[in-house]
Design a protein around this ligand. Sequence first.
Ligand code: GAL
Length: 689
Amino acid sequence: MSNAKVYVNGEFAGEWPYGYASFYIDATKFIKFGEKNLIAVRLDNKEKSSRWYTGAGLYRNVRLVYKNPVHIVKNSLFVTTGQIGNNAAVVRVKLELSKPEGAAKVEHKILDNLGNVAAFKELSNPVEPAQINLPNPKLWDTKTPNLYTLQTSVFDGSGNLLDRLDTRFGVRSLKFSRDGGFELNGNKTKIQGVCMHHDLGPIGAATNVRALKRQLGILKQMGCNAIRTSHNPPSPELLDLCDEMGFLVQDEAFDEWRYAKCENGYNKIFDKWAEKDLSAFVRRDRNHPCVFMWSIGNEVNDQHYADGAATARFLKSIVYREDGTRPVTSGLNSLEAAFTKSKLAQELDIVGVNYQTKLYREYADKYPNMIFHGSETASTISSRGAYYFPVKRAVDPFRGDYQASSYDLETASWGQTPDEEFAALDSNPSFLGEFVWTGFDYLGEPSPYNPGTPARSSFFGIVDLAGMKKDRFYLYQACWNPDVKVLHVLPHWNWPDRLGQCVPVHCYTNYDKVELFVNGKSMGVRARNAGRDGYNGRYRLVWDDVVYQPGEIKVVALDKDNKALQEKTVKTSGVPSKLRLTADRDKFDADPKELIFVQIDVLDKDGNFCPRANSFMFVEVNGAGKLRALCNADPTDQTGFSSNYMKSFNGKLLAVIEPSNTPGEITVEAYGMSLVPSKIKLSTGAPEK
Ligand code: GAL
């Protein structure tokens, strides 16, 4: 990241300016075989090149690849699948060889997920496209993401192996239509997606598979089934995980085309590099079953200019040339300009609508043959565990403490609350679904508190910068994940400053009816889909007139005969007195890449969570690991992530631990003034091969 220039033994060997692109350089002619060689990469990430935090330096994997002169050209192999009859698939493979005349035979083996050979094909003409019948294919979908590996081997005339390449793929069908929506393997699937930037909060932008896996795991619990890689090519590791964990991916290439958003943004290199970037991107990612749409752009300013349609056509032709099995989309934030000024929208297979819920109906009616989806929705803002009064729908609030309210009613001026978006989609069923802005908070873009304020990271996340769930998580989970019975109540019940005043209580649930009790006294039953106006009794249940008294609030989910099904209590806590440390899993590899995420909760002496505790503490890590980062997810906290002290934010702090290579015991200890020191012991073992 970015403007990479590669030098081998002091000689310029190649360059690639786009910091998100994967690229390779043939270093053969610069290498001194049998001697020591020096490879250097110069990076120059200019200021004013991005609207969010990009990271810098070598932030994705770099590899030296040693090949026979006769080899499969990088990213030339393309595997596609089709169905034949009910219980067989045809797998088509094409590839390019660097020196086809040097090869005599190509062999393709299809291995199932246990490594057994499921199909086999041998070709004596090595560049001939292959068609392989795969009997009884196990389909890839978001619940059971079955994968196959195509193992391709190239031999010379004497049977010597020249190259071997493993390519993972899945058998699945995609269908998009105006009436049928999106169908995955013939099953109608609503897109319940989130947009994600690439940074990993406190550990920065460098790819870490464990941290990505943790993010996806949390989103999966929520019922999220799709990721939009806003607004740039993701790391290949993210796509591998989406293949394995069952997420659909809208793979996005650009945030800018010819017209600038940032002074040093992609517009500067579009004319020279767009073709190379887009084709390299599609060729790199096209074998991933998770990728289901290509997005050629996000809110590009070209939508306002006459040449916008021609640029879209040019980009679409590149995608079609390299793939042709998936539709092309782009996120538009001005439907009016994109349909009438530039006519860029008409070039798209699927129109991506960013926000503009009020226009969903009008444009769907006006363009009855076009397919639409909410490529970017909500932009609701909140700070985990922070609540403000009076509770009301608000746009771009500006508070002295630079926070946003977790009642989930505050948005950017162009945004919607989650409930408003659910309602818009429910009344426009031809829309394929949505990608919420954003799944996780990210570094940069602290709207509405932009430059000149202490805020340095976003408020948009459903999950905060440390990976801790905000209230909103449960609002989405209640609508998106039918496998989980959700009963979540907010706010917390520590309001000594509001004695006798009103503290509205909201419940995010997928139960039909819920009764609220305050210190044992019923505040009434609320039913879902009661269709109330304002902030909407449809998707959340609201008790507006609750008067605060310390004690407890309890929500009880009821069936139609008013029998209790589940209950949840939130108690007023006492002063912070001790800490609870919890690791994100219970088996740990002695591998520095296998980060361990330890959540620290501040508790009172009786073990109740202290929801307003901003307790200063130190974190000490000893033994077979070290402290990598701390993060409280307070968007305004400027303490360095790599320090060993930080305040908790609304009762919580995250410690990221990096195990060493040697198996052993790691002790993580947290302590602070008036807090009983607390520790957790973690044992790492040798990683399984
Ligand atoms: C959108 C934009 C995103 C982000 C978001 C914040 O318009 O596409 O990148 O800036 O607004 O609400």
